[in-house]
Design a protein around this ligand. Structure first.
Ligand code: NAD
Ligand code: 89V
Length: 343
């Protein structure tokens, strides 16, 4: 395989994971980095031995010499940078949340489609080993047709120390974390017809909501609940595990805390350890997320080589992003939202 050359924009908290993962990915490496903060540029450039460094994305694209761009900035700059990639005809990966609004997200997908460049959203949670294990069990017909699900992320982990901006936005848990949980619900039970949500802010030191309960009507007739909280103090902190319950016509699946996968059907119950690997550069409890970063970046390269659509392409992510917008709208108006009408 010819080695693809990548450029990474945004050398902050999470980009360090992406840089480590690029070192492990077969078929690609990062040749240039960009950050408007000179200190972050130096820290990441020195840590990963990257000589080509830019303080301005326009200058990075003007110099070129790379086959794709990995946008790891926060949401405010995503539209500008994705459209810059499209103008320069450079395939792009963009971190979640993909955009500030659904209409921005649609414009970004359109810009890349018109430019003829692949666009993937770095929506990595569906690539976690335990989530893949649930999907594989369903695909192996372990429980027949699923009719009900619960996708749950309840924690009191201090995410604000690493990502202080999470305490400052009008929107918090649905936009930052629930977006992953909603994507997992779509990945496991399919697209969503309508949605009803309720939100709450429990932590008085943050601006946005830190608790959300969302009811999803899936197109295939299944019903699911997505419940997320950063205000849940438990005896054993589960961060960053998503717990899953699925009931099907022939049995049940439970993804339990500590990465246990329990499948019950006519043959009895099997329990499997579906723990993520601890990659050489990873650290607990983040290793589950870190492994999925490696997996999604490898998927980016593999699909580019095949000329095939990415699992979390920009077009696919519009359907997850619509759920985020619908959840805020539903909570604000106390109404059920027709998701199909938004797309
Ligand atoms: P951060 O604030 O630590 O880092 C962002 C960096 O981008 C900063 O260094 C900033 O200077 C730089 N930047 C911003 N705009 C720029 C521009 N126009 N040009 C050049 N540099 C620019 O943020 P973070 O915590 O690393 O989060 C980055 C993104 O990653 C967010 O969208 C966040 O939601 C996402 N994230 C994803 C996961 C995941 O598992 N997928 C986990 C954590 C964070
Ligand atoms: O995955 C994320 O987007 C992170 C966190 C797990 C802390 O919510 O922001």
């Amino acid at each position: 395989m010819t080695e693809l050359k990548g450029a990474l924009i945004g050398c902050g908290f999470f980009a360090v994971n992406q840089m480590h993962a690029w070192n492990d990915v077969r078929g690609a490496s990062i040749v240039a980095i960009c950050d408007r903060d000179p200190e972050r540029l130096k820290v990441v450039g020195d840590q990963f031995g990257i000589a080509r460094r830019y303080g301005d994305a326009e200058a990075l694209f003007a110099d070129g010499g790379f086959d794709f761009v990995d946008i790891a900035t926060t949401v405010q700059s995503h539209r500008t940078l994705v459209e810059m990639a499209a103008r320069n005809k450079v395939p792009a990966i963009c971190q979640k949340p993909f955009a500030k609004t659904l209409s921005d997200a649609k414009a970004m997908v359109e810009a890349c489609r018109n430019a003829g460049i692949p666009l993937m959203v770095h929506e990595n949670f569906r690539w976690q080993t335990p989530i893949q294990a649930v999907r594989n069990a369903l695909e192996a017909d372990a429980i027949g047709t699923p009719f009900w699900g619960r996708f749950s992320f309840r924690s009191a982990y201090d995410v604000f120390s690493g990502q202080p901006y999470l305490a400052e936005g009008e929107r918090f848990i649905i936009e930052d974390l629930g977006i992953h949980t909603l994507d997992i619900a779509r990945y496991i039970l399919g697209d969503v017809r309508s949605l009803t949500a309720r939100t709450k802010r429990v932590n008085p030191r943050i601006k946005g909501e830190d608790v959300a309960t969302i009811l999803l009507d899936h197109e295939n007739g299944a019903t699911s609940v997505v419940d997320v909280s950063y205000a849940t103090k438990l005896s054993r902190e589960p961060f960053p595990e998503t717990l899953i319950e699925l009931d099907g016509s022939e049995g049940t699946i439970r993804l339990t805390q500590g990465y246990g996968l329990q499948v019950t059907n006519a043959k009895g119950t099997t329990t499997t350890d579906v723990s993520p690997r601890l990659l050489s550069w990873a650290s607990r409890p983040w290793h589950n997320i870190q492994e999925s970063v490696y997996a999604i970046q490898q998927h980016w390269v593999d699909q580019l080589a095949r000329g095939a659509e990415h699992s979390t392409s920009g077009a696919d992510n519009l359907k997850t992003f619509a759920l985020v917008e619908a959840a805020y709208d539903s909570a604000a108006r106390g109404q059920t939202i027709d998701v199909g009408a938004m797309l």
